[in-house]
Design a binder for this molecule. Structure first.
Ligand code: BEZ
Ligand code: FE
Length: 313
C-alpha cells in the first residue's frame, strides 16, 4: 500500500470523496510501521466496504449495537469475540496464512473459544472424563514425530473436547472442573495414549449476537464432532489442531469453516481388550493418529477463557 503524503490536509472534509484521503493522511502519521500499515489498510478497506453497501443510519446504529453486544457477551467463561471471528471465516483464513502444511507437518485448525489452558497433567492411558460423561469409550493413541519421521520425546499434547451432550465443561455446571481436558507427555518413543469418550457434533452458542446472526444466515449452527489438540515441543512450531470424527457432510457444513480432510481421524469400533487401557466399556473406539511437527519456535496461545461459569477466576 502506498503511504499517502504525511503533511496535514490543507482543507476540511467537504464531500463523501474527501473522507478516505483525509483519514489516510492522518493515519499515515502513525510512527510504528506495522501499526501504520494495518491502520491504513483497515481504514481503506472499511471505507470501500461502506461505499459498496451504503448503510442507512438505522443500519449503522444496528451494527454499532451488535458490536457492543458482542463485547458485553464476553465473560471469563465465554468469548463471543472469538465466535465472531470464527463464524466469519477470519480465524480459518488467518490459520491458513500462517500454517500452510507445506513442510509435511500436520495441518492445523482454529483454536476456538473454549481453550482454557492449565489443564491437569495426565499419565499414559489416563482418562480425561472426570465426571459421569455420556458416549462410547474412546482411546486416541499414536506418536508425535518430526517431519523426518523421528519421534519427539517429551512433547506435550494439551487436549480438550465437548461432552457428547454438546457442551464444554465451562458451559455446563453438571460437568466437573476440567472434565474432558488434560495434558499428556510423550514417552521416549514419542508415544501418547489418551482415554476419553467419542465426541459428538455440537451447536455453537446461539444465545448471543453472533449466534443470532448465524441463525439469520439459514445455515447449520453445528460443529462436526472433533477433539482439540495443542502439541508443543522444544525447537518445534506449536501445532494447534483438531481431529475430526464426523461425516464429510458435517465437515463441509462446519459453522466455523475449521474442518479439513487431512485431519479427519480414523475411528475404529473394537470389542477385544485394549493392550494398555483397562476397564473400557465394549464396544469402544480407537483412533490412531501421529502428529507431525515442523522445526520452529514453540509459542503458546492466550486462552480465550479463564474458567467455568460462576467459578472464581
Ligand atoms: C470449538 O471447536 O470449540 C469451537 C470453535 C469455534 C466456535 C465455537 C466452538
Ligand atoms: Fe470444539
Amino acid at each position: 500500500m502506498t503511504v499517502p503524503n504525511q503533511t496535514l490536509p490543507d482543507r476540511l472534509i467537504h464531500t463523501e470523496e474527501d473522507v478516505t484521503p483525509f483519514v489516510q493522511t492522518m493515519l499515515a502519521r502513525t510512527p510504528d510501521p506495522r501499526l501504520r500499515e494495518v491502520l491504513l489498510s483497515a481504514a481503506t478497506h472499511l471505507h470501500a466496504f461502506i461505499r459498496e453497501i451504503r448503510p442507512t443510519e438505522p443500519e449503522f446504529e444496528l451494527a454499532i449495537r451488535w458490536l457492543r453486544d458482542v463485547g458485553q457477551a464476553c465473560t471469563d467463561s465465554h468469548n463471543e469475540m472469538v465466535l465472531a471471528a470464527d463464524t466469519m471465516g477470519a480465524s480459518t483464513l488467518i490459520d491458513l496464512i500462517n500454517n500452510d502444511g507445506m513442510q509435511g507437518e500436520t495441518m492445523s485448525a482454529l483454536l476456538g473459544p473454549f481453550y482454557r489452558g492449565d489443564a491437569p497433567q495426565c499419565g499414559y492411558g489416563d482418562t480425561i472424563a472426570r465426571s459421569d460423561t455420556p458416549g462410547a469409550d474412546l482411546v486416541i493413541e499414536g506418536r508425535v514425530l518430526d517431519v523426518n519421521g523421528d519421534p519427539i520425546a517429551g512433547a506435550t499434547l494439551d487436549v480438550w473436547q465437548a461432552s457428547p451432550a454438546g457442551l464444554y465443561e465451562n458451559q455446563d455446571p453438571d460437568q466437573a472442573d476440567f472434565n474432558l481436558r488434560g495434558k499428556f507427555t510423550t514417552d521416549d518413543d514419542g508415544r501418547y495414549c489418551i482415554r476419553t469418550v467419542k465426541p459428538a457434533g455440537y451447536p455453537i452458542p446461539t444465545f448471543g449476537p453472533v449466534g443470532q446472526l448465524v441463525l439469520l444466515q439459514d445455515r447449520p449452527v453445528m460443529r462436526p464432532a472433533h477433539v482439540h489438540f495443542i502439541v508443543t515441543a522444544p525447537a518445534h512450531k506449536t501445532l494447534i489442531t483438531q481431529i475430526f470424527a464426523d461425516s464429510m457432510q458435517a465437515m463441509i457444513e462446519d459453522v466455523v469453516f475449521g474442518a479439513k480432510e487431512q485431519i479427519a481421524g480414523d475411528f475404529q469400533e473394537c470389542s477385544t481388550p485394549h493392550p494398555v487401557v483397562t476397564g473400557l466399556r465394549t464396544p469402544y473406539f480407537t483412533c490412531h493418529y501421529d502428529f507431525l511437527l515442523k522445526p520452529g519456535e514453540p509459542t503458546f496461545p492466550e486462552p480465550p477463557i479463564k474458567g467455568k461459569a460462576g467459578a472464581p477466576s
